[in-house]
Design a protein around this ligand. Structure first.
Ligand code: SF4
Length: 319
């Protein structure tokens, strides 16, 4: 397995001929340690550089304040969601060998192929390889929020919409995306990680139990609030207002809180018994242990309002 570096030479090519003096650099928190090296690279080519120190969670999270101060903002390590003038996305891909799929044995013969952004770039080759092993492979494009065939985000599984496959194969590390894919598609989901060659069928029982518990706790709480993010690709004010109206019609009172980064520290200053998160869905699902009160998704809030049955549980998506 080889890691592909972010291609900075390609960025230099894109900057050629443009009147660019000052560059902004935005990296996800896990890669911020690389910012010094990247800044020095562009400074050595004669550019002035400003590094974004704000949190960055995904391509949905552009530093628009920094963009006002620079000629070009380099948003590193994510594939694009928005085509904005003066923003250059520099993706970060993991390289792997398709021959490693030799040992992947799936009972079902008709499978849909999906992956997170770092792995999706190689899915056409994986498809070809699996087809040579006798599988019928579906590799579909999703909504405009995802750029590559088969690509899923923690907030978007549209590549599985109307899938005719009998099962899904997720390529990548971590369990978050395949769990989302299973709830979204209601099909059997397998995960293969090319990094450690781990292959498994993904189970969601524990995940759903914890969601059920959060919903029950929220049902017993007196007052709640709906969180709306200021981030360009997470802001769902319309949804929050609609949920507030629906809650009021059913005799439940909720306020709307508008903020930049949702964190336990920010919520410490409020006294609500539960929150409905319309920002990044991963906050509700992944960070559940960080919060002392339930952080529901919009769909879970609908269950508390009697607008949706538990049997129709759906994963939260931003389209
Ligand atoms: Fe990723 Fe969350 Fe942004 Fe979706 S909303 S792109 S899951 S950080």
């Amino acid at each position: 397995m080889r890691k592909r570096k972010m291609n900075l030479e390609e960025v230099l090519e894109k900057l050629k001929g443009k009147n660019v003096k000052r560059i902004g650099i935005q990296l996800p928190d896990g890669l911020k340690y690389k910012s010094e090296q990247i800044a020095e690279f562009f400074e050595s080519k004669g550019y002035e550089v400003i590094i974004s120190g704000s949190h960055c969670y995904g391509a949905c999270d552009l530093d628009l304040d920094l963009l006002k101060e620079v000629d070009v903002l380099l948003h590193l390590a994510h594939t694009s969601i928005f085509e904005l003038e003066n923003v250059i996305y520099v993706p970060y891909y993991v390289d792997y060998d398709v021959e490693d799929f030799e040992d992947v044995e799936i009972e079902e013969k008709k499978i849909a192929l999906i992956a997170s952004a770092q792995y999706a770039w190689k899915l056409p080759e994986v498809k070809e390889f699996l087809e040579s092993k006798g599988y019928e492979v579906e590799l579909k494009t999703g909504s405009k929020r995802v750029k590559m065939p088969g690509q899923v985000l923690g907030c978007n599984y549209t590549v599985l919409r109307n899938s005719k496959a009998e099962a899904v194969l997720f390529v990548g590390d971590g369990l978050f995306h395949p769990i989302g894919a299973k709830i979204y598609s209601k099909k059997k989901v397998y995960r293969f990680c090319p990094l450690d060659k781990e292959f498994e069928e993904v189970k969601v029982d524990d995940f759903l139990k914890r969601r059920y518990l959060s919903i029950s706790k929220a049902l017993n709480a007196e007052k709640g609030a709906i969180i709306v993010s200021k981030k360009i690709g997470q802001k769902r004010l319309g949804l929050a207002l609609s949920l507030k109206r629906k809650a009021k019609e059913r005799g439940r009172s909720v306020e709307i809180i508008y903020l930049d980064d949702l964190s336990p520290q920010v919520l410490e200053n409020f006294l609500y018994g539960y929150y409905v998160n319309t920002a990044c869905p991963r906050i509700s699902y992944d960070d559940i242990d960080l919060y002392s009160v339930p952080i529901l998704t919009p769909q879970e809030f609908e269950i508390t309002l009697g607008l949706r049955d538990w049997e129709n549980y759906e994963v939260d998506e931003i389209l």
